[in-house]
Design a protein around this ligand. Structure first.
Ligand SMILES: Nc1ncnc2c1ncn2[C@@H]1O[C@H](COP(=O)(O)OP(=O)(O)OP(=O)(O)O)[C@@H](O)[C@H]1O
Length: 302
């Protein structure tokens, strides 16, 4: 059942339209991702959902509440992790949690929360003395301190090292499993692929695709790629003559062959017939990254 409904959302900054007719629904218990390059309108969209910005058009409903009309009620059930949230440098971790907790009728168990986020030894540490990663984890704790039914996490793992990112992903899955519905704003493909049940790909204020990560990947042509290191030289035409092969590229000692269905069998048999051994043979899958480029014409890495 959808507990968040966004319909034809429009937001202008002066005469610049940052969000241009965005519609989506989020089901209860889902991790819903909003993925897109910088400036796509992701943060503006979720700020309208949170009631932090007034929209210029369309409608938004979160648990039956309108963020503009029912802001006070909504804040009781919504947890928000702000992008680059700053706290006063001298505010201690424990004090920050108590302060934010005081805004809510219901509160999470702060000891458990700090332990899960690896901050239990930092309870007395002032915000200004925390590392970037610890500050980031505190911002997640603050989003969860009110036992929210819906949490909006913006750039969840920016600035975290690889291990801390994986720990954070595990934590978010636990939070989802405890019944919290999550909107995750990200420009990290691996994060979206790992965590999100469904994803809206946003570009220039519009949703260009909305699907599961696997569904998005499957939309991109059924292209396959085979990469290997040949034991002997051979001309490209040997492979290009095969109907299954579309392209042959050389990358150092490696040959990368792109083509359609049954590519691997076709390449392997022609190489075998010519007594060429294919070392380090790998079949590369189309990734969410490829799907994103196909959908938006842009790479998220830029
Ligand atoms: N307060 C503002 N006044 C004017 N323009 C703004 C304002 N906030 C955002 N914008 C512009 O609106 C567009 C969308 O910004 P938004 O922050 O929603 O994008 P985003 O997808 O979240 O990007 P990022 O990943 O960089 O945060 C951008 O072009 C941005 O420059």
């Amino acid at each position: 059942m959808a507990i968040i409904e966004v319909k034809d959302l429009v937001k202008d900054y002066g005469n610049f339209r940052a969000v241009d007719g965005v519609s989506f629904e989020v089901d209860e218990g889902e991790i819903f991702g909003i993925l897109g390059p910088n400036g796509a309108g992701k943060t503006t969209t979720v700020e309208c959902v949170e009631g932090l910005r007034n929209r210029d058009g369309g409608s938004v409903s979160v648990l039956g509440l309108d963020p503009e009309r029912d802001g006070a009620e909504l804040r009781q059930v919504l947890g928000i992790q702000l992008q680059e949230s700053r706290l006063p440098d001298r505010l201690r971790v424990g004090e920050a949690l108590d302060l934010y907790g005081s805004f809510y009728r219901e509160r999470a168990n702060t000891d458990q929360l700090l332990e899960k986020l690896g901050l239990d030894a930092k309870r007395k540490t002032p915000f200004g003395k925390l590392s970037g990663g610890q500050q980031q984890r505190l911002s997640i704790a603050l989003a969860l301190v009110g036992n929210p039914r819906v949490a909006v996490l913006d750039e969840l793992t920016t600035g975290l090292d690889p291990q801390a990112r994986r720990d954070t992903w595990d934590l978010i899955e636990e939070v989802r499993d405890s019944g919290v519905t999550i909107i995750l704003v990200t420009h990290f493909m691996d994060e979206a692929e790992r965590l999100c049940d469904r994803l809206a790909v946003v570009d220039s204020g519009k949703i260009v695709a909305l699907d599961t990560p696997a569904g998005l990947t499957a939309r991109v042509s059924v292209e396959q790629r085979v990469r290997f290191r040949p034991s002997a030289a051979f001309p490209d035409s040997l492979l290009l003559d095969l109907p299954e092969v579309a392209r042959v590229e050389r990358s150092g000692p490696h040959v990368v062959v792109t083509g359609g269905e049954n590519l691997l069998q076709a390449v392997a048999s022609v190489l075998a017939r010519n007594q060429i051994v294919a070392a380090d043979l790998r079949v590369e899958q189309v990734s969410l990254d490829d799907a994103f480029v196909a959908l938006t014409g842009k790479s998220l890495e830029n």
